[in-house]
Design a protein around this ligand. Structure first.
Ligand code: DSN
Length: 433
């Protein structure tokens, strides 16, 4: 079963790689935070750049021999700046959570107050959850969605900000199907004197493709992952629409104001990380290059069309979508009217090679390991080439599985159909596994 000749040195790992490739090929991948990189992005990650230590930044490293990786990292920075039309970019964060940690470290003091989107309403661990550094080191307060609309009520955000007076407000989510009112967040942050951070990990590719609102003119800092809708390698980034003097009056020894870019850079290194992963940064450069092509915009439009089609098909079949629909690539389905919880639904769908994740819904009465919902996203299936007709078919399969979650015959027969469909949309055909 040779596919990477060099991995034959370790047949055990080779076997596992082959099994995972087979799993990815045969299944319908609906985890909203996943995607399939191009061959070019994937192969760039597996290169000799992994051998290089390059602590520091291009032109200012703590190691010799960095001439080439300096060019690699600068190329990634320049392409990212062009992609989002921003003045500042840092491509070193190893992940989205690391990017957020670096920003918090750079702009807050331990014990400072942060206002973020509640994890149990769709927010992210690294925005102040008590089990995460962000909730342990800083004092976290939260806004959520309204029980009636399932959407964020900006008047409530404003009231909470006035009451809590946070130093930093975070907008962004892991499971929120609606776009963000960055202008209103800006007004609220200005009113209470807070910095404003947008974590665009999920919609980054759709923002780059100009399908969703652009936070850059409104927020102070942007963080993101690179591997979700942006379709790059697993990693994180930090950006600012405009660089500026820091708001705390910090100066250099010579009395010059320190720019926010310098403060954020030092938050990443040496604050949070050591040597950057230059092989991943090279793959980020490849992915940003791909995202600058017109075809990426077409891809984003299809991601959204597929999501809208699925959302409508679910609603037509009696499913409750949190917020009633979607503006982006994902939907959060509340299964509480379907006599099945998120854990059972995830397992039943998995038996048919349809991969989703169970997910808390706002005001959930179930635990995070059980949940009342599932989250579904279309970034990965769209990369495989699926369009609206196949999306409706997938909703029919999911509906049949959820109606009979214990029925192994239904699971086996749908699995066969799923595998048949996906064989028509080859994944990495040049790799023999
Ligand atoms: N795991 C990511 C997601 O699924 O949204 C967030 O960290």
């Amino acid at each position: 079963m040779p596919f990477f000749d060099f991995i034959q040195a370790d047949p055990q790992v080779a076997q596992l790689l082959a099994s995972e490739l087979d799993r990815q090929r045969r299944g319908v991948e609906l985890i909203a935070s996943e995607n399939f990189t191009s061959n070019a992005v994937m192969r760039t990650m597996g290169t000799w750049l992994t051998n290089k230590y390059a602590e520091g930044y291009p032109g200012r490293r703590y190691y010799g021999g960095c001439e080439v990786v300096d060019e690699v990292e600068q190329l990634a920075i320049d392409r990212l700046k062009e992609l989002f039309g921003v003045e500042y970019a840092n491509v070193q964060p190893h992940s989205g959570a690391q990017a957020n940690a670096a920003v918090f470290l750079a702009v807050l003091n331990p014990g400072d107050k942060v206002l973020g989107f509640d994890l149990s309403h769709g927010g992210h661990l690294s925005h102040g959850s008590p089990v995460n550094f962000s909730g342990k080191v800083y004092r976290a307060t939260f806004y959520g969605v309204s029980r009636e609309t399932g959407q964020i009520d900006m008047d409530v955000v404003a009231e909470t900000a006035r009451k809590e007076r946070p130093k930093l407000i975070v907008c962004g989510a892991s499971a929120y199907a609606r776009d963000w009112d960055y202008a209103r967040f800006r007004a609220i942050a200005d009113e209470v004197g807070a910095l404003l951070l947008a974590d665009i990990a999920h919609p980054a590719g759709l923002i780059a493709g100009k399908h969703l609102a652009d936070p850059a003119p409104w927020v102070d800092i942007i963080t993101s992952t690179t591997h979700k809708t942006l379709r790059g390698p697993r990693g994180g980034i930090i950006m600012m629409g405009k660089d500026k003097d820091n708001p705390w009056g910090r100066t250099t020894k010579k009395g010059a104001p320190i720019q926010m870019s310098a403060i954020l850079n030092s938050g990443v290194f040496p604050g949070m990380q050591g040597g950057p992963l230059e092989h991943v940064i090279a793959a980020k450069a490849v992915a940003f290059g791909e995202a600058l092509l017109p075809s990426f915009r077409t891809y984003g439009a299809q991601v959204m069309a597929n999501a809208h089609t699925m959302a409508e098909a679910f609603v037509n079949r009696g499913y409750q979508l949190v917020s009633g629909g979607t503006d982006n690539h994902l939907m959060l389905i509340d299964l509480s009217n379907k006599n099945v919880n998120g854990k059972i639904a995830e397992k039943a769908l998995g038996q048919a090679d349809i991969t989703v994740n169970k997910n808390m819904v706002p005001f959930d009465t179930q635990s995070p390991m059980v949940t009342s919902g599932i989250r579904i996203g279309t970034a990965a299936i769209t990369t495989r080439g699926l369009k609206e007709a196949q999306c409706v078919q997938i909703v029919d399969w999911i509906d049949a599985l959820i109606q009979k979650p214990e029925d192994e015959q239904v699971q086996a027969s749908i699995r066969k159909e799923v595998n048949g469909l996906m064989s028509q949309f080859p994944l990495y055909p040049s790799i023999q596994g």
